[in-house]
Design a protein around this ligand. Structure first.
Ligand code: ASP
Ligand code: MG
Length: 421
């Protein structure tokens, strides 16, 4: 049994949904198919939530969302499909009723109740289309399977209960050995013990695929993307990017730790724990080999990887009396970062100052500085970039850092990092 994940870009219009069908038909395995909201729907839904929560008019945004989905439904030839229309109408009605009701004062809760409809609509359309094309499938409601706590917008999964729910709700489907069995479910969403909808954080559908694979003991997972696989750099910043054909779970975790936006960071660990391989493949060229992420580390060092972050800020924090930075200072400083939810990208300690490189978040960083300034002197440099090279070679370093002013450099055997201007 395999798990497939199709993200927003792979289901952004009728043509791409037809392509999903073609990809599914290339395989004969049992499948759990996890889908995201179509195209940029989640962003539109976020707009609707904001307006709804603030008691503002949201009919225009809502009409846009309907129209976008109606066009896809029409182009897929589903408009006159009675079974589908009945089901889809129910979805729409539920959302409309929700939006007519009064909002609570908990933004994150309202966000999850509303934004989750993006995935519900998407999965309903895809399941309906596959059925119409003779590819039988079961639509599975992730809001009845993925069990989480009630930390809305960033809910934590209860693995044991979720596994039990997967077994009880989908076990029977996959037991049917006469034919191939396909389930279609939603990424990104789950539910609390009282049945309220939750979400796992933006871009969380990859993580759902890993949860499903872990719970079902899948053979492997494939994330279908608009790139040929995991690349060694972001084509936005680098020419001549190369595909990494094979990397280890460990390398994938390292890459995402340093900021590579390959796969949702939480995705790898559950797969690694059960040694379930992860393929990243192109939905444009589905027969191409893509990238395989698995336990073997042998090929990790073959190609250097580059991770580039712009708009970085280097904070330099020192005691007002020029005394040494000691453990107690570090504790206070980290506590301030934690309290202001500012993520540390890189840090370096010297006798009288502690330097930290962070994303220059216009909301969080000024608040952090104000808090730190109660006890410390804080200086900063902005408009910096942070370059991380995995499996570096000296000649590459000089090429990339020439003409740059390097403010911080850090090296270990596999990784070198520069904060530079
Ligand atoms: N639809 C959600 C998002 O756009 C989840 C996902 O696509 O992974 O963030
Ligand atoms: Mg996505």
């Amino acid at each position: 049994m395999k798990v497939f994940k199709f993200g927003g870009a792979s289901v952004k219009d009728a043509g791409s949904v037809m392509n999903v069908l073609k990809i599914i038909q290339l395989y004969t395995d049992d499948l759990m198919v996890v889908v995201s909201a179509m195209g940029k729907t989640t962003n539109f839904m976020e707009q609707i939530v904001d307006d709804y929560f603030n008691g503002k008019e949201h009919n225009v945004s809502l009409a846009k969302v309907w129209q976008f989905h109606q066009t896809i439904i029409k182009d897929l030839g589903l408009e006159d499909d009675e079974d589908f229309s009945l089901v889809f109408k129910k979805v729409i009605t539920k959302l409309e009723i929700k939006l007519k009701s009064e909002s609570s004062t908990n933004y994150d809760y309202e966000y999850d109740q509303i934004v989750s409809f993006g995935e519900i609509m998407s999965s309903t359309i895809i399941a309906g289309y596959l059925n119409k094309e003779g590819v039988e499938n079961e639509w599975v409601d992730a809001r009845k399977i993925i069990r989480t706590n009630n930390n809305y917008r960033d809910a934590t999964v209860d693995w044991e209960l979720t596994q039990a729910l997967f077994k009880s709700k989908t076990g029977g489907i996959y037991q049917n050995n006469g034919s191939r069995n396909i389930c279609i479910t939603q990424g990104f969403i789950g539910h609390t013990d009282t049945g309220q909808t939750t979400t796992l954080g933006r871009e969380g559908s990859d993580f759902t695929a890993a949860i499903a694979a872990w719970c079902l003991g899948a053979d492997d997972v494939t994330i279908w993307k608009d790139v040929p696989g995991v690349l060694n750099a972001d084509p936005k910043f680098f020419n001549n990017t190369k595909k990494l054909s094979e990397i280890s779970f460990r390398e994938a975790i390292e890459l995402s730790y340093y900021g590579a936006s390959v796969i949702h960071p939480k995705t790898i660990k559950p797969l690694q724990n059960k040694d379930i391989s992860l393929f990243v493949k192109s939905f444009i060229d589905p027969l191409a080999s893509g990238t395989i992420i698995q336990s073997n580390t042998e090929r990790d060092g073959l190609i250097p990887s580059f991770i580039f972050k712009e708009n970085q800020l280097l904070l330099s924090i020192s005691p007002r009396d020029f005394s040494f930075i000691v453990e107690k200072n570090m504790r206070d400083i980290f506590e301030a970062f934690n309290q202001m939810k500012v993520k540390v990208n890189l840090m370096q300690n010297s006798a009288i100052s502690f330097s930290v490189c962070v994303d220059n978040d216009a909301y969080k960083v000024p608040r952090l500085i104000t808090l730190l300034e109660k006890e410390y002197r804080v200086k900063y440099n902005d408009s910096l970039s942070l370059l991380t090279i995995r499996h570096y070679k000296e000649n590459i370093i000089s090429e990339l850092t020439s003409n740059k002013e390097v403010l911080v450099e850090q090296r270990n055997r596999q990784t070198v990092r520069f904060v530079m201007r």
